[in-house]
Design a protein around this ligand. Structure first.
Ligand SMILES: [Zn+2]
Length: 407
């Protein structure tokens, strides 16, 4: 069983925090330091590669690794809860479940639904922005929908999909009190340019998603200010025919745009090895975020679950490490965690560890506008750290200087 440290550690109970000195192999942005050290004091990293000061508590990573905490910018649930449950404790349950796998900050994702439910979900998430969750820190909101075309719907319910209007966009922006970090839309929809305009005015990252647009439509969206592609490759068009004429799709358009970032589901199921390697070669680690897109069954032993809200969601079975429709005809959500995404990208798909670490931490931090404080191991940044063994299993997790988990 996992052994969770629930109480604030005695270390932070005293007024002058006792420093913690951790030695081991450190994964920095561009290099791995074999015999390094990280000194934590209070909430922050005080120094990297410094001698152990007198009176410090010492820890060691042994033959494992010290990595910056993972930042998941697209997840729906875990530990049995989903944000769409619109229950106050669901955010903390998800935050703790993913923290056990190294996620130290996250952007909760909502699904396409009726306005009333979206309002309730947002009002449950907002209070958690200001306080520790006992798990991953909540950075802001990700609205996945409801502005999706029926053709690219994926697992999003068709009945609640609609066209963006100024009125509805402004309503939710004001309801979320400026905390929407990212919002997705299908670029083939009417009012896409209006959507881009309003996102730009409000400093929200606009992303193409759940789309069957052709390359021209995608390029027009990118020209208007869209700058990110949600779960790239999944629910997304590639070369196809329209009335017998061949068109390129969103995937090709996105590859041609150096100003567009992408995110990849890291479970080793949604993205084949060659597709991730190709994305890495074209986009590089500074324009890719690894995400989980996890549903509620992540970090549970469930074999049956529900995608989306507890009541009214889609029943799914968990088989071969992925949620699937009960007749096994289609994937219906991921149960990925960020440590698994690391193992898939590095150990199975052969991508370099420093690059994988950047895709898990620094690039998502930059997209969230918090790379000054999070996303890498550097003095002055938040002490968000994951200590892993040599097989990349999580051994310890620090969130803002607090040891919240040890295996
Ligand atoms: Zn999603």
């Amino acid at each position: 069983m996992q052994n969770e440290i629930v109480e604030r550690s005695a270390l932070s109970a005293v007024s002058v925090p006792i420093p913690i000195w951790i030695s081991g192999r450190i994964v920095l942005t561009d290099e791995i330091i074999e015999n390094g050290s990280v000194l934590i004091r209070g909430r922050h990293i005080e120094a990297v590669n410094t001698p152990c000061p007198d009176g410090a508590i010492t820890m060691e990573a042994g033959d494992g690794y010290i990595l910056p905490g993972f930042i998941d910018i697209h997840l729906h649930g875990g530990g049995g809860a989903d944000f769409m449950d619109a229950e106050e404790d669901s955010v903390a349950i998800v935050a703790r479940a993913h923290m056990h796998h190294g996620t130290t900050a996250m952007v909760p994702t909502t699904m396409t639904c009726a306005d009333e439910l979206l309002e309730q979900v947002i009002s449950c998430i907002l209070p958690t922005l200001e306080r520790p969750t006992g798990g991953a820190r909540v950075l802001g909101l990700h609205l996945e929908g409801p502005f999706f075309s029926a053709a690219g719907k994926g697992a999003q319910p068709v009945s609640e999909q609609r066209i963006p209007t100024k009125k509805i966009l402004e309503k939710f922006i004001s309801l979320a009190e400026g905390h929407i970090l990212r919002w997705d839309e299908s670029p083939e929809l009417e009012n896409t340019l209006l959507f881009a305009e309003i996102m730009k005015e409000n400093g929200i990252l606009a992303a193409v998603a759940h789309t069957q647009a052709n390359a021209n439509q995608a390029m027009a969206a990118y020209d208007a200010g869209f700058s990110h592609a949600t779960h790239f490759y999944n629910s997304m068009s590639t070369v196809h025919k329209e009335n017998g004429i061949v068109h390129a799709g969103v995937i090709e358009a996105t590859y041609l745009r150096d100003d567009v970032t992408i995110e990849l589901i890291g479970d080793g199921k949604h993205i084949p090895r060659e597709s991730m390697q190709l994305a890495y070669r074209i986009k590089g680690p500074d324009r890719i975020c690894l995400i989980t897109d996890a549903m509620r069954a992540a970090d549970t032993d469930c074999v049956q679950s529900v995608l989306g809200a507890k009541s009214g969601g889609t029943p799914v079975v968990i088989k071969d490490g992925v949620a699937q429709l009960p007749d096994l005809s289609s994937y219906a959500g991921s149960i990925c965690t960020m440590d698994r995404a690391l193992r898939v990208a590095h150990l199975e798909y052969g991508l370099p560890l420093t690059g994988v670490s950047r895709m898990l931490s620094l690039t998502p931090a930059r997209l969230c506008g918090c790379d000054g404080m999070k996303g890498s191991i550097a003095s002055g940044k938040d002490a968000d750290l994951v200590i892993m063994d040599r097989e990349f299993n999580v051994r310890k997790v620090f969130v803002e200087g607090e040891l919240l988990y040890q295996a």
